[in-house]
Design a protein around this ligand. Structure first.
Ligand SMILES: C[S@@+](CC[C@H](N)C(=O)[O-])C[C@H]1O[C@@H](n2cnc3c(N)ncnc32)[C@H](O)[C@@H]1O
Length: 343
């Protein structure tokens, strides 16, 4: 059945393709058969096996890699099925692309690798052979089936690695605005390190390695596609804003529906995206088209990440308080709430 012909609920915003769109987008895809320059491949979707395409990229061309490989479980990716294998075989497979990636990353580059509990240790070990492993981010997936004889799995890991000790980390670009549960005040009545707004009290907090503010794309979100393991734009935006600068090159060898490419476009980075499935490549192209006119990233507004279920607060005008003018990082929150008119 044609993807677009599937019957969906009226408010369903899932991005689909008509046969005509798919035919047009196929023409925009690249397949590499020789070594290419950065200009030839930048801001393009490469439809190919990553283990082949990576060999044709220039060495040391990327500032950041966001790697979301198939996890070690049997999963259908459109026409291709990734089959669960032994930890040893999965480790050998991971090593084959990590080795290639290491050559393609600049000496100052960072690499993030996604995993879940069954493959996390394998990925950590494999990454250690090629990069400096600096941290593990665990993020809460608010979606998934309950298990009858086990704990429901609600978490995924992302391994943060760098190629050297010299790397970009913009902590101020990834602060989180959280609701204040205990609104302590100074003696003069002023809020102590938090802001009073029409819709609640918020504090700008340092990002930790435990993320509970992420929503997995679902049918009413404008970024949603039928890709079975699509990552949220907000999740990728955090990685990208922390570990790259505008104009940097972000490499994604398992691009799926193109989330990394789309976030790169929305945040002023360049990208190289590799994905072997043609349908997913075309969905990525369509999302990139849409990003030309809609640069919003759900959950990120005016330089601040927001907790789940704070959309109305994001749109609020803050009640200004004299302390806002003291010039610390909290001022960004006031400005965000003053000027926010986006989702
Ligand atoms: C976990 S998904 C990535 C999802 C992506 N982050 C997104 O937001 O849509 C992994 C993707 O890798 C693709 N893939 C698997 N093996 C591949 C290979 N050898 N080369 C390129 N792509 C591959 C699959 O088709 C699948 O779309």
């Amino acid at each position: 059945m044609n993807d677009a012909a599937r019957i969906r609920a009226p408010l369903n915003r899932t991005i689909t393709l008509t046969e005509r769109e798919r035919a047009a987008y196929i023409r925009e895809l690249l397949t590499l058969s020789r070594p290419v320059s950065l200009d030839e491949v930048c801001d393009r979707i490469v439809r190919q096996d990553a283990l082949v395409a990576l060999t044709h990229l220039p060495n040391e061309c990327a500032d950041l890699a966001i790697v979301d490989p198939p996890y070690n479980k049997s999963k259908q990716f459109n026409e291709d099925c990734f089959s669960k294998t032994s930890a040893e075989e999965y480790a050998a497979w991971a090593d084959s692309w990590l080795r290639l990636l290491a050559d393609k990353m600049k000496p100052t580059a960072s690499i993030y690798i996604c995993s879940e509990w069954q493959s996390s240790a394998t990925i950590q070990n494999a990454a250690t052979r090629h990069f400096n492993v600096r941290n593990r981010i665990t993020w809460e997936r608010d979606k998934g089936r309950g298990a009858k004889r086990n704990w429901k799995n609600c978490a995924e890991d992302i391994w943060f690695c760098t190629k050297s000790e010299d790397f970009t980390f913009n902590v101020d670009a990834v602060k989180l605005s959280r609701r204040v549960l205990a609104p302590y005040r100074e003696r003069d009545g002023a809020p102590k390190d938090w802001q009073e707004t029409d819709r609640g009290n918020f504090r700008l907090t340092h990002p930790s390695n435990l993320w509970t503010d992420i929503t997995v794309p679902f049918w009413s979100m404008p970024e949603n596609t039928d890709h079975p393991t699509q990552k949220p734009e907000k999740l990728i935006a955090k990685l990208m804003l922390a570990s790259s600068r505008p104009g940097d090159v972000v490499l994604d060898p398992f691009a799926g529906s193109g989330t990394t490419a789309v976030v790169a476009k929305k945040t002023g980075r360049r990208f190289i995206a590799i994905e072997m499935d043609e349908l997913y490549c075309c969905l990525a192209q369509k999302r990139l088209d849409k990003a030309k006119t809609d640069g919003a990233i759900q959950g990120y507004a005016d330089g601040v990440f927001w907790e789940r279920n704070t959309l109305s607060a994001q749109k609020q005008t803050s009640k200004r308080h004299p302390r806002e003018s003291r010039g610390d990082g909290q001022t960004a929150l006031f400005l965000a709430q003053q000027s926010s008119d986006r989702v």
